[in-house]
Each structure stands twice: as structure tokens, then as C-alpha cells.
Ligand binder design. Structure first.
Ligand code: FES
Length: 115
């Protein structure tokens, strides 16, 4: 089971921006990619829990400030290293409103990976 949560608007999150929002125990990274594509992933880095919203977004690739791991925010796949994937939340756009679907099991959702 999961619930939809309004977390931001497109006016809050311009194209090329990332932001961090919290829903219950989940810290969520929002990314507005070119072409009105909005994605939502775990907000903490799967390596060592730095905030991914503090990273550097270049096109579709986010570089974590912690130890420079890179993630493709179109897919959530690791670029470097490539064996690590971000947990992804479904996103729904209704006009300007961004909503994210979060499981209702009461625990945070994220993947962890070894370097
Ligand atoms: S914490 Fe993100 S790369 Fe290490």
C-alpha cells in the first residue's frame, strides 16, 4: 500500500533543479530534468548517506558531494559505480502540482551500496 503526497509545485522546482522533501520517515530527492520530466528518488546517498540534494546536477547526471558517485536521474541507475541503483518513488504531475507515492509501511525506503 502507498499514498500520494503533494510535495512541491513546478514553480518550486525549476527545470535543472533538485530539492529535498520529507514524507513521514522518508527523505526524498526531487529532480526536474529537461523536458518537464520530474523524478523522485531516495534523498540520501546509498554510499554513505550524504544528502543527494546537495549534489551537482549536470544534464541528467547527479554527482554526490560526498565521494563523487554519479547517478543517472532519468533511471536512478548508478553511472560510477554502475552497480548501485537509487530507490525510486512514482511521481504524478497534475498541472503544476508534483505528487509522490510513498509506501505506507512506516519505514524509510532506500538502497545502500558498498563502494
Ligand atoms: S556519500 Fe555519496 S558518494 Fe559517498
Amino acid at each position: 500500500m502507498s499514498d500520494w503526497h503533494d510535495v512541491a509545485t513546478l514553480d518550486d522546482l525549476w527545470e535543472g533543479d533538485v530539492a529535498e522533501v520529507a514524507v513521514g520517515p522518508d527523505t526524498i530527492l526531487l529532480a526536474h530534468l529537461p523536458g518537464r520530466q520530474v523524478r523522485a528518488y531516495q534523498g540520501i546517498c546509498p554510499h554513505s548517506e550524504y544528502s543527494l540534494a546537495g549534489g551537482d546536477l549536470d544534464g541528467d547526471v547527479l554527482t554526490c558531494t560526498g565521494h563523487l558517485w554519479e547517478f543517472d536521474l532519468r533511471t536512478g541507475e548508478g553511472v560510477n559505480p554502475s552497480n548501485c541503483r537509487l530507490y525510486e518513488y512514482p511521481v504524478r504531475l497534475s498541472g503544476e502540482q508534483i505528487a509522490v507515492s510513498v509506501p505506507t509501511d512506516g519505514r524509510p525506503h532506500y538502497n545502500r551500496c558498498r563502494g
